[in-house]
Design a protein around this ligand. Structure first.
Ligand code: X5A
Ligand code: ZN
Length: 597
């Protein structure tokens, strides 16, 4: 099962034809540098190349109005003056005689990707497209976007494949208000977006981009906005929101398909985002989504305007889709105070909709949305001095070279247990092949010199398992809560060089939960995972090997509420540890930490 890559040079054939400072960053080179980097790193060759197609009128009308489509259809025949005039009715966008053609290809590329994944031709994939889509609305172009590629893809997937639930993860640094408007009252599409907001000072400056826009009517709870009220957000801030908001909710939602509005203006160096997350964070964001929906993930390019960090980020994403282990995440020093405040607000706004957030702290009444603007203005005045610094050119190290391990999974098996396909069998020590022994040593236990790493993580894992023992598989949700909210952030912050995963014979963990755990933990320690099982666990060998090989774990089904007594134990532990482990924090120091429960 491969990874699709969709790209067509035709989508580079339009550009800004007049002077407009707001639009000058959206250039054709965004696509060419991204594609060339994929070739240079040997990634394009490893993908299944899927051709683009033009989205049909019917496809486009899944999201857009007939009047709007008809208006855009006329743009190829307009003079420069007419195009300028036409452009004026919309915000931060430009038209070109060839943009309608490219916009049909961009939406069509997203649909080809959905088809490739849904028919099983590939497991996952990425489409490199221009123009982007997530700002465009039913009857309006906006923010460089003409047709809403991902929104169209979601409607198309629901209609053509009868999908009940689609998750859209928008990690672009701007709010995809077009996607929000499209699915606001629709509980079958869960839209998650984080975005630079600065208390409504940042484009598109919408009141409805704040955390309290949770969806409407039947769709209440299915729109999740995480506003970034400061620039300079880092890897820790992004991972923290994944662990404490997106992933728990996504697992509870249990999507049939994951679509990613994959904008890379949220990476360091981007002139729009002004964030500080390194390009390799996208390896982890991608990895963490890859065990949802049985691995069916379609990433569609949105923004990304720094011509160095954009291709680096694209490569990190595609290489992860291909199954290569993620690099060890650097400098996870915990979320900043502003991020914690946003986290707290989002979790509390959604606690009534998601059982995984039921226990989240309530919001103190003063802390309501944009009312904090006054406070923000004060802070802004204090920070004015730093402003010039942040606009200077950023430098960051090139992401570490990632290797495809020669052996993905090796097993030591007792007599009579067949070695699953794709794994290397590693015999008992007397007749062990010295070549394999050496390969193993090189690839798996080379730098496992830190005994504390092993003991700490393994005891945590068995702790989590113990908790599970009494309940068997009846409480997958409690187990998952422990993994996502406790083990994963702890693991990330600890940054081990080896993950030792021990399975006790009577652990009540069922296969799918076990595979999810194994899959998620492979984001740590560059995927260096050593699983220990006892002889009685023969039936677990195949599912374990499958998870180690990087197969997507089967989905857990829609989860019910975790048991209150489990939640209480977990929360107590999280509170006890969060002084030392910043990634466990979910509330800002001054925003009523005492309010939990
Ligand atoms: C797709 C995207 C950004 C538009 C910014 C306009 N659009 N100021 O990143
Ligand atoms: Zn953007």
């Amino acid at each position: 099962m491969g990874t699709a890559l969709i790209y067509d040079e035709e989508m580079t054939r339009y550009k800004l034809l007049w002077v407009d400072p707001a639009c000058k960053i959206e250039v054709p080179e965004r696509l060419t540098v991204s594609h060339e980097a994929l070739i240079k790193n040997g990634l394009a060759d490893r993908c299944v190349s899927v051709p683009v197609r033009e989205a049909t009128d019917a496809d486009i009308l899944l999201v857009h109005s007939e009047e709007y489509l008809e208006a855009v259809k006329k743009t190829p025949y307009m003079t420069l003056e007419d195009l300028k005039e036409f452009t004026l009715q919309y915000g931060d966008v430009y038209f070109h005689p060839n943009i309608y053609h490219c916009a049909k290809l961009a939406a069509g590329a997203a649909l080809q990707l959905v088809d490739s994944v849904m028919t099983g031709k590939v497991r996952n994939g990425m489409a490199l497209v221009r123009p982007p889509g997530h700002h465009s609305m039913s009857s309006a172009a906006n923010g460089f976007c003409v047709f809403n590629n991902v929104a169209i893809a979601a409607q198309y997937a629901k209609q053509k494949y009868g999908l009940k639930r689609v998750l859209i993860v928008d990690w672009d640094v701007h709010h995809g208000q077009g996607v929000q408007y499209c699915f606001e009252d629709d509980p079958s599409v869960l839209y998650f977006s984080w975005h630079r907001y600065e208390h409504q000072k940042f484009w598109p400056q919408l009141r409805e981009s704040d955390y309290d826009s949770v969806g409407k009517e039947k769709g209440a709870g299915f729109n999740i906005n995480v506003p970034w009220n400061k620039v300079g957000m880092k890897n820790s801030d992004y991972l923290s929101v994944f662990c404490h908001v997106l992933l728990p909710v996504a697992y509870e939602f249990c999507p049939d398909l994951v679509l990613v509005c994959a904008g890379f203006d949220s990476a360091i160096g981007d002139p729009e985002g002004e964030m500080c997350a390194s390009p390799d964070i996208f390896a982890h964001l991608t990895h963490l989504l890859m065990n949802l929906a049985g691995g069916k993930l379609c990433a569609v390019l949105e923004g990304g305007y720094n011509l160095t960090s954009l291709p680096q980020s694209v490569c990190q994403t595609v290489q992860t889709l291909l199954g290569d282990p993620a690099p060890r995440p650097a400098n996870l020093d915990g979320p900043c105070e502003s991020a914690l405040e946003s986290l707290h607000c989002v979790r509390s706004a959604h606690r009534q909709y998601w059982s995984c957030l039921k226990h989240a702290a309530k919001l103190p009444t003063f802390e309501i949305s944009t009312k904090r603007v006054k406070l923000a203005e004060e802070e802004e005045r204090l920070e004015k001095g730093d402003e010039e610094k942040s606009q200077e050119e950023q430098v960051w190290p090139e992401p570490p070279k990632r290797v495809t391990p020669p052996i993905r999974a090796a097993l030591v098996l007792p007599n009579g247990v067949a070695c699953p396909d794709g794994c290397e069998s590693f015999g008992a020590s007397e007749d062990a092949d010295p070549v394999i022994v050496n390969k193993l040593r090189e690839n798996f236990v080379k730098d496992a010199d830190d005994c504390h790493a092993l003991t700490t993580l393994s005891s945590l894992i068995s702790l989590v398992e113990k908790m599970e023992k009494n309940e068997g598989c009846s409480d997958a949700s409690g187990f998952l809560q422990a993994v996502l909210g406790l083990l994963l952030p702890l693991g990330y912050e600890y940054d081990p060089s080896l993950v030792l995963l021990v399975r006790m014979p009577d652990s009540g963990v069922c296969d799918s939960v076990w595979q999810q755990l194994t899959g998620l933990l492979q984001g740590l320690a560059q995927g260096h995972t050593l699983v220990l099982m006892q002889e009685g666990e023969k039936e677990r060998v195949a599912p374990t090997a499958s998870a180690l090989l990087g197969d997507a774990a089967p989905s857990l089904g829609q989860l019910h509420s975790p048991l209150p007594e489990d939640v209480e134990v977990l929360e107590r532990l999280r509170h006890r540890l969060q002084g030392d482990w910043k990634l466990l924090q979910t509330t800002a120091p001054e925003t009523g930490r005492g309010d939990e429960h």
